[in-house]
Design a binder for this molecule. Structure first.
Ligand SMILES: *[C@@H]1O[C@H](CO)[C@@H](O)[C@H](O)[C@H]1NC(C)=O
Ligand SMILES: *[C@@H]1O[C@H](CO)[C@@H](O)[C@H](O)[C@H]1NC(C)=O
Length: 484
């Protein structure tokens, strides 16, 4: 611990020291060149203050005239109105266009120009937007848009997104990707019930970080194709509410659509929308997500996996709060370490009746004693393989599992029956049975497993004996034949 603190202190001193030096150079370093000095002052001002006045074109990219300074494009320098009154669409598109035209520093993926960390700075303003802020060309990477708010105007198109990472002109990237390593950070996006927040199309390694996206009526964040869009520390809600909203039944829209592979949604809160996260691709990770978007009782879904036949999704450490998970024909799905509150449950929905490689384990379920099953089936499943629903704990809901243990009830002088229908998830499916037969009598009876059907196990002995019979039944384990 002590060394960590010392390191942090050293780092802080270095940062403070460095910025002092830089500041000194900027302000006092070049007395001969008044023009340069003026430009540098402007650069410093621009990075601290919103500049509502229309500046001269020369100061648009104040720092570029210095040459060695980083490329920071202040939207207020392009005439954007940080008070949110005048339409700032053209001004911001101008800043984006200049940033994309900026000097490249080699390439990231083939055909993607490395813009060297160029930043489009919103100067902490709130801007009115009447058309999608769509990137004009493809093939650019390593840039950031950050630090302010966008609000859609009353005439913003209903099918648009405030920020649209799809090229206005045709994609010419030889690798098929539009953008790489674009970061959208510290943004407040208000779609004004017209269209969506952010669209990312065929892009690689996009970061959406610390954003608040609201008043979307289609989708908050839509990821189409590409891979590795990382959405983190972000809040999404159609209405601004803190739960128990009287209008919850009318919540609509989807907070996040992942129509691609290898994306990740971590530490995200979804506080209103009909569907929290819609997943239409593989190998996506959902972790630390709190969904209280629309209660299942009102027709909402927290996470919808529309990937029948190949799911390959991990949902871990998440909080499903009055809204549940639906998985169509899940094939390779893990749901674990999560908390389901308010009678929230998991639905396995049959398309072709396949459920394979499903682990729903180590979760907590809490409800209000209405007898709601923690895992439910919609439609019949006829191909069930390696499905493990076990080791979940339950309070005020009904436990369902694919592994059940219990003592068999005596069913006549020499027969015992164990009925697992109240616990097992799948009807009429027991793949393995183990039983223990303990007799306290003096005789040594012959006993056998006589019948397994309709989730009931029948054990019989040849003679009447006092006995306790314990049975374990399993629906999901893969059966390995050890015979050669
Ligand atoms: C399209 O890409 C190819 C190679 O990547 C390049 O030679 C060509 O100039 C590009 N065309 C346009 C219109 O940018
Ligand atoms: C096994 O039990 C089922 C009812 O649970 C019954 O229909 C079936 O005939 C039984 N099979 C045998 C071989 O006894």
């Amino acid at each position: 611990m002590e060394t960590k603190w010392a390191e942090a202190l050293m780092f802080l001193l270095m940062v403070v020291g460095l910025s002092n030096i830089l500041f000194t150079i900027h302000v006092y370093g070049n007395n001969e060149d008044d023009y340069l000095k003026k430009m540098q002052m402007q650069a410093i001002q621009a990075s601290f203050l919103p500049r509502p006045q229309r500046p001269s074109p020369a100061s648009k990219l104040a720092s570029s005239s210095v040459g060695s300074s980083p490329l920071v494009y202040h939207v207020t320098s392009y005439g954007a109105d940080p008070t949110g009154k005048a339409d700032s669409t053209d001004a911001i598109l101008g800043a984006i266009s200049d940033a994309l035209k900026g000097p490249g520093n080699g390439f990231l993926m083939e055909g993607i120009v490395n813009l060297g960390g160029a930043r489009i700075d919103l100067d902490g303003g709130n801007y009115l937007i009447s058309r999608p802020l769509q990137f004009p060309v493809a093939g650019k990477g390593n840039l950031m848009i950050h630090g302010g708010s966008f609000k859609a105007s009353q005439d913003f198109p209903n099918d648009g997104y405030l920020i649209d990472l799809s090229p206005a002109s045709n994609n010419n990237g030889s690798t098929g990707y539009n953008y790489e390593f674009v970061t959208l950070k510290d943004l407040f996006l208000d779609s004004n019930f017209r269209g969506g927040g952010i669209q990312v199309v065929d892009s690689l390694r996009t970061n959406i970080d610390n954003c608040y996206i609201t008043h979307f009526d289609t989708t908050g964040i839509s990821v189409q194709g590409g891979h590795e869009t990382y959405i983190r520390y972000t809040y999404l809600g159609q209405r601004i509410t803190a739960g128990g909203d009287p209008d919850e039944r009318s919540f609509s829209g989807t907070a996040i659509v992942l129509s691609g592979n290898d994306n990740s949604v971590t530490e995200v809160v979804i506080f209103s929308a009909a569907v929290g996260i819609m997943i239409l691709g593989q190998a996506n990770l959902i972790s630390g997500v709190h969904c209280y978007n629309k209660a299942t009782g009102f027709g909402g879904t927290g996470i919808y996996l529309k990937t029948p036949g190949l799911t390959q999704t991990r949902i871990v450490n998440s909080y499903l709060d009055f809204t549940g998970i639906v998985a169509e024909d899940p094939v390779q799905l893990t749901i674990s370490g999560s908390f389901f509150l308010g009678d929230a449950y998991v639905v396995l929905k049959s398309v072709k009746g396949v459920a394979s490689g499903v682990n729903i384990v180590d979760n907590m379920f809490a409800g209000s004693d209405k007898g709601i099953d923690i895992v439910q089936l919609e439609g019949g499943f006829n191909q069930v393989d390696q499905v493990v629903i076990d080791k979940n704990n339950v309070k005020g809901m009904k436990l369902k599992a694919t592994v059940a243990r219990g003592s068999a009830e005596r069913n006549g002088a020499s027969s015992w029956i164990a009925d697992f229908n109240s616990v097992l998830v799948f009807p009429n499916l027991i793949k393995q049975v183990q039983y223990t037969f303990i007799t306290t009598g003096s005789s040594f009876p012959v006993h056998a497993l006589r019948n397994v059907s309709e989730n009931k196990v029948l054990i019989q002995s040849d003679v009447e004996v006092p006995a306790s019979v314990y049975v374990t039944a399993d629906q999901g384990e893969h059966f390995f034949s050890l015979l050669k």
